[in-house]
Design a protein. Structure first.
Length: 127
């Protein structure tokens, strides 16, 4: 009696590892949409698949989406140093941008206050 191996006979759809490899090849060849669909299929079956999560970070189109995927990587692997570093860089850039805005606002406010004081002084002196 011949042995029966389900993996090699009837299934035409790829297994999770094959799907992951197909998605990686699609991403590397620039086919972002197909890659994303396949990575999501992998993640539907295995929400903790670190490789698929890391590729989704690479495919993210917005900073917020990238931040969400990095956070999911850290839920799966809290020790993933590259994900930690990437989130720190994102937070630093965001905080630096916020600080620049505050400095600019402060300078504009100071200039307006000085102008207001000068105009008020001129009005009081009658000039």
């Amino acid at each position: 009696m011949a042995s029966f191996d389900k993996r090699t006979t009837t299934s035409a759809s790829p297994n999770r590892e094959e799907m992951l490899q197909l998605a990686i090849r699609a991403a590397q060849s620039g086919n972002r949409e197909s890659a994303e669909v396949m990575f999501r299929q992998v993640l539907d079956e295995d929400k903790r698949n670190e490789r698929a999560l890391l590729w989704m970070v690479q495919l993210a189109t917005t900073k917020e989406e990238r931040r969400q995927w990095l956070s999911r990587v850290l839920v799966v692997n809290p020790y993933h140093q590259a994900a930690k570093d990437a989130l720190k860089r994102m937070e630093y850039k965001s905080s630096a941008r916020d600080n620049r805005v505050l400095v600019i606002f402060g300078v504009v406010a100071a200039v307006l206050i000085v102008l207001g004081v000068v105009i008020f002084a001129l009005v009081l002196t009658g000039q």
